[in-house]
Design a protein around this ligand. Structure first.
Ligand SMILES: NC(=O)c1ccc[n+]([C@@H]2O[C@H](COP(=O)([O-])OP(=O)(O)OC[C@H]3O[C@@H](n4cnc5c(N)ncnc54)[C@H](O)[C@@H]3O)[C@@H](O)[C@H]2O)c1
Length: 351
């Protein structure tokens, strides 16, 4: 299902104009066609050629390298390696770089001076999460009691928005959508989708820290039709919603947990514990109230709009990429290198 890319053709053009040389692997899965890259001056090479790239090439790609390969990595890589939070197999991944005398700049940890990530997919996670929530609610109205179908990626957001609008028009009423963490990246994306789908402002409830300061659970959540959770969970907080609440009277019939703190012991939505997937997007939550309650907890939502999500990510990353020639002094890059060295050193002292 993954079609996103780290560098968009538009961003490649800007880098090439600034003097970069960019080589792109041919790939039929990627949302951007090979020709879009060659049109802006990138050199095309066959897929999977990165292993034999010149030793001074910087290799960039979005996702993890294939598992079960322990070959040492001699290059500098810019990617999401998912090995800094001691994820399963983290030492196997990290030691490939140190064994090959390579270097990892992990995209998740490229941060500016205030500690904020320079590029993230949050906006389109919230945007598509909100789309799934509204669509699931429409499905409940139009085809009650039937299974919600699999989701496949959309070529662009206009197609998705048109689909939602047509369904809402058929139903003839708008749901009440509550977005939690509305001031953040994901939250602002969730609000943006609801607006673009034509949902009136009074039906979009936007909550952030100020509104939850009193502590949950919150009646306001079960009074909405759709709850889109977009908070960044950094400490233990009272639950937003409880089993007791959903067993009782409620309007709520769809939850989209964009935050996906699914297995976190402090998950503020402690009524489920598995992630859902694009081929089976919704989980039926058991409640004593016969009204359905379905939950989506897909942890790679931006894949649903690969073109917009990749364009936005690459655009946000561009100013930092422009500093690559000065990476020995530019704080984003020196910070990322220091973190890499720290994580490599920690392998000796951590299980
Ligand atoms: N499902 C996916 O595909 C996907 C993709 C990207 C990010 N995410 C996840 O989404 C979450 C949010 O990411 P982000 O980049 O939007 O973070 P962010 O820091 O930009 O925004 C988080 C927002 O949550 C608010 N918040 C935090 N605690 C709150 C509370 N107790 N009550 C109300 N509001 C609260 C913050 O004030 C902030 O406005 C992260 O957990 C991230 O991992 C999921």
């Amino acid at each position: 299902m993954e079609h996103r890319a780290c560098l968009s053709p538009e961003v490649c053009k800007k880098l090439i104009d600034a003097g970069f040389q960019i080589t792109v692997e041919c790939d039929k899965n990627r949302i951007f066609e090979d020709a879009e890259y060659s049109a802006v001056g990138c050199r095309l090479v066959p897929g999977d050629s990165w292993r034999t790239a010149p030793s001074d090439a910087i290799i960039t790609g979005l996702k993890e390298l294939p598992e079960n390969d322990l070959t040492p990595l001699p290059h500098t890589h810019i990617m999401f390696a998912h090995c800094y939070k001691r994820q399963g197999g983290w030492k196997d991944v990290l030691s490939r770089f140190s064994n090959g005398k390579g270097l990892l700049y992990d995209l998740e940890f490229l941060q500016d001076a205030s500690g904020r990530r320079v590029a993230a997919f949050g906006f389109y996670a919230g945007f598509t999460g909100s789309a799934v929530g509204i669509d699931a609610w429409c499905h409940q109205q139009l085809h009650p009691g039937t299974a919600y179908p699999e989701i496949t990626p959309y070529p662009n957001e206009d197609v998705l928005i048109a689909e939602t609008k047509a369904k809402l028009a058929k139903i003839g009423k708008f749901p009440k959508v509550m977005v939690m963490g509305a001031l953040g990246r994901c939250g602002s994306g969730a609000v943006s989708y609801a607006r673009k789908a034509g949902i009136p402002e009074e039906n979009i409830i936007k909550w952030d820290m100020a509104e939850t300061a009193k502590g949950g659970p919150f009646q306001e959540i079960i009074d909405a039709d759709i709850f889109v959770n977009c908070i960044y969970l950094s400490s233990q907080i009272p639950a937003f919603i409880t089993q007791e609440q959903i067993d009782g009277e409620r309007q709520l019939s769809v939850i989209v947990d964009v935050s996906c703190d699914t297995t976190n012991p402090f998950n503020p939505i402690p009524i489920y514990n598995v992630n859902t997937t694009f081929d089976k997007p919704l989980l039926d939550i058991e409640t004593k109230n016969p009204k359905p309650l379905q939950l989506c907890s897909i942890d790679h939502l931006p894949t649903m709009l690969p073109r917009e999500a990749s364009n936005q990510f690459a655009t946000d990353l561009l100013p930092t990429l422009m500093q690559l020639p000065e990476r020995d002094t530019a704080p984003v890059w020196t910070g990322a290198e220091a973190l890499y060295n720290e994580k490599v050193a920690s392998m000796a002292t951590t299980d």
